[in-house]
Design a protein around this ligand. Structure first.
Ligand SMILES: Cc1ncc(COP(=O)(O)O)c(C=O)c1O
Length: 452
């Protein structure tokens, strides 16, 4: 087994957890020492191990430990690391040409990705797209487009939102530490509204949808003025903020309010998009059709690519030359995206995401019954989380989340934490993970809760 793991890479890796050293092993520790002397400490990592290879549902470190992956590099490798169609497309493209700059000499790959985005994103209307390098850059561009198209300035974002780390996206992001602290001043004309967070809604989960719509639309009216609002931006399932799933009715209500007031609804599907929640996009769960949609992460199977896709009349309101960037829609990243999208379709990864949810949710609900520290189990498809609290109430327990995560890492299971209060454990396995690894990973999690 150790030899097999040492030789294989990508999807050919044995789909097994296999630990040969303590976590972290000596090779990872040696790299950590070099890292400390060369990498800025502001960039932190979840795992104490350095990666050597990854594929399917495993990540292999430089000591030869094979860990089960419930993180997908933060929802990126949904098709698995080094998925064959991604490798094929990238290899062909990289040997052909690596960069001309789409703003200098355009190429078909960029156009094909935009055609795929028009085909797959919600709504049958005419659409246009722009390709950029990162999620934050996509959000920045979506706001630019909405402002120019409407001639308005205000942007409404939500509590617990995460939209990135650039200046405007820091302003849109809710959480201070570690994302914003000391990095201001932030971009103006951003207004924050309460999020429909069923577990923490004062009137209780049943009243959350209707009351939250009333509160949000009331605050927009009284504090901003509908006629001043260019865009409302929302993650249909909030990611970094704690995998908060708004109650049914909230997103359609928001969409209706935006439509009635000529406000651009931007769905930030950077984390929730591309099959993660069991549909191509999370907004499809309630047939919400956003005016603009931002995508990134899973779209290109691990290469940096992001997009804004939206109504042709909004996107084309921008003058020629008003949008772009040197690397945006790089041909290698476009080839990767075409390979990743083909993989999602051929392997029905939206269906796989629903299957993963069907396996995980009941196991986590049973775990919650045994351990009152789990205050909520939520999510959709393969975007699932548990929120930890002091038993019997709503007081967040980030220490317990950290303890469980550390125990999982030591046992060879990659899990991530998130949440405004740092008390949420989130699970985002690659959608190609085999069932036996899901089962084993959940077993490790159960043991970690048992040891709390
Ligand atoms: C919903 C959402 N928006 C925006 C971003 C920012 O993307 P990036 O890190 O590629 O800039 C993220 C990243 O986690 C995200 O989850």
């Amino acid at each position: 087994m150790t030899e097999q793991i040492a030789l294989a890479t990508g999807p050919d890796l044995p789909q097994q957890r296999h630990l040969v050293t303590e976590i972290p092993g000596p090779a990872s520790q040696a790299l950590a020492a070099r890292r400390q002397a060369s990498v800025a400490r502001g960039v932190s990592s979840v795992l104490p191990v350095f990666a050597r290879a990854a594929g399917g549902g495993v990540l292999v470190d430089v000591d030869g430990n094979s860990l089960i992956d419930f993180g997908s590099g933060i929802a990126v490798v949904s098709v698995g690391n080094s998925a064959p169609l991604v490798v094929e497309g990238v290899t062909e493209q990289v040997a052909s040409f690596t960069h001309t700059c789409f703003m200098v000499a355009p190429y078909e790959g960029y156009v094909r990705v935009c055609e795929e985005l028009a085909r797959l994103t919600p709504g049958g209307h005419e659409k246009r797209s722009i390709l950029v390098n990162s999620g934050a850059e996509a959000v920045e561009n979506a706001v630019k487009i909405a402002r120019l198209a409407t001639g308005r300035e205000a942007v409404v974002a939500f509590d617990h939102a995460y939209h990135g780390r650039t200046n405007l996206t820091m302003a849109l992001t809710a959480k201070n530490m570690p994302y914003k602290n000391g990095f201001g001043p932030f971009a103006g004309e951003v207004y924050r509204m309460p999020m429909a967070y069923p577990m923490r809604w004062p009137g209780g989960p049943e009243r959350c949808a209707a009351e939250a719509i009333d509160v949000v639309t009331g605050l927009i009216h009284s504090q901003v003025g509908e006629q001043n609002v260019a865009a409302v931006i929302i993650e249909p399932i909030q990611g970094e903020g704690g995998f908060i799933v708004p109650p049914d009715g909230f997103l359609p209500g928001l969409a209706e309010f935006c439509r009635a007031n000529d406000i651009v609804l931007i769905a930030d599907e950077i984390q929730s998009g591309f099959c993660r929640t069991g549909d191509w996009f999370a907004t499809q769960h309630e047939d919400v059709v956003p005016d603009l949609i931002t995508t990134a992460k899973a779209m290109a199977g691990g290469l940096p690519l992001a997009a804004v896709t939206g109504r042709a009349e909004l996107m084309d309101a921008v003058h020629p030359g008003g949008l772009g960037g040197t690397y945006g829609g790089n041909p290698v990243a476009c080839a990767a995206a075409l390979g990743a999208i083909a993989t999602m379709e051929q392997q029905d990864l939206a269906g796989r995401a629903r299957h993963i949810g069907d396996i995980m949710l009941p196991r986590l609900q049973a775990l919650a019954e045994k351990h009152p520290v789990i205050g909520d189990v939520r999510g959709r498809g393969a975007m699932i989380a548990v929120e930890l609290v002091e038993p019997g109430g709503l007081v967040p327990d980030p220490a317990a989340a950290g303890q469980v995560a550390a125990a999982c890492h030591a046992a060879g299971l990659v899990v991530l934490t998130c949440g405004t209060f740092g008390n949420v454990l989130r699970f985002l396995p690659p959608l190609v993970i085999p069932d036996h690894l899901l089962d084993e990973g959940l077993g490790i999690l159960e043991e970690a809760f048992g040891a709390l």
